[in-house]
Design a protein around this ligand. Structure first.
Ligand SMILES: [Zn+2]
Length: 201
C-alpha cells in the first residue's frame, strides 16, 4: 500500500553525516512499502525548536518491481542556481534471512555494492550512492571545517526565521528586520554556503 514515510531521525540534524539525505530499504520493507507498481512519498523532517516539524526535502519512490525502484526528486547544489529533476533507478536484490523470510538490499548505482542505505549529498551531491561512493565520513568530519561552515550557514538562516536547511530557498527578510542587517546576514550566509558547497567534492 502506498504510504508516507517520515524520516524523523533526520540525518540532516541528527547524524554527523553532514547534509546527507539517506534512504534505507530496510525501513521501507518494515513499513510494507515495497509493493510493485506503487509509489510512496519519503520525507525528511527537521525539528524546529523541538516543536513543529519542518519538511526539509522529499522524494517519490516508485516501486517498479520487486527488483527495482525509481527515485524521483528535485535537487540543487546548496547555493547553486538550478534545480534538477532526477529520476534515478536503483536495483534491489533479496537474500534469505537466517530465521526465514527475505531481506532486501540496494545495489549502489555507482559501484554495485550491496548496501542497506544510499546517500544523497556527499561527493555525488546530485544522485544517490553508497557511503563509500558518496565519500561520507563520520567522526573525522565532526569537528572539521565543512561541518563548521554548515553549522554557521544554518545558524544564519535560522536567525532570519528559516529552517536551517541549506537545500531550501534562502529565507525572506523578516518584517521586523532592517534591510541593512538582512543583507549583511545574507552575505555572511552566502559566503559560508559557497565555501561549504565547494568542499563537498
Ligand atoms: Zn558505491
Amino acid at each position: 500500500m502506498p504510504g508516507l514515510c517520515d524520516y524523523r531521525d533526520n540525518p540532516w540534524s541528527l547524524t554527523p553525516v553532514e547534509c546527507a539525505f539517506d534512504i534505507d530499504v530496510r525501513r521501507w520493507q518494515r513499513r510494507g512499502l515495497l509493493i510493485p507498481e506503487t509509489t510512496f512519498l519519503a520525507m525528511w523532517l527537521t525539528d524546529r525548536a523541538g516543536t513543529a516539524s519542518d519538511r526539509t526535502a522529499s522524494l517519490k519512490v516508485r516501486v517498479v518491481s520487486a527488483n527495482e525502484v525509481g527515485l524521483i526528486y528535485r535537487v540543487r547544489m546548496p547555493g547553486g542556481p538550478r534545480w534538477q529533476q532526477m529520476d534515478q533507478r536503483v536495483s534491489i536484490v533479496w537474500h534469505p534471512c537466517r530465521y526465514g523470510g527475505q531481506r532486501p538490499w540496494l545495489l549502489c548505482p555507482a559501484c554495485a555494492r550491496k548496501v542497506a542505505v544510499l546517500y544523497l549529498g556527499g561527493a555525488s551531491a546530485l544522485s544517490f550512492s553508497c557511503r563509500r561512493c558518496a565519500k561520507l565520513k563520520y567522526d573525522s568530519q565532526r569537528s572539521g571545517p565543512r561541518l563548521r561552515l554548515m553549522r554557521k550557514a544554518q545558524k544564519l538562516r535560522r536567525q532570519l526565521g528559516g529552517s536551517g536547511s541549506l537545500w531550501k530557498p534562502f529565507p525572506e527578510k523578516p518584517s521586523t528586520m532592517q534591510w541593512k542587517k538582512y543583507e549583511r546576514v545574507k552575505e555572511m550566509a552566502r559566503k559560508a554556503e559557497e565555501e561549504w558547497a565547494s568542499r563537498l567534492t
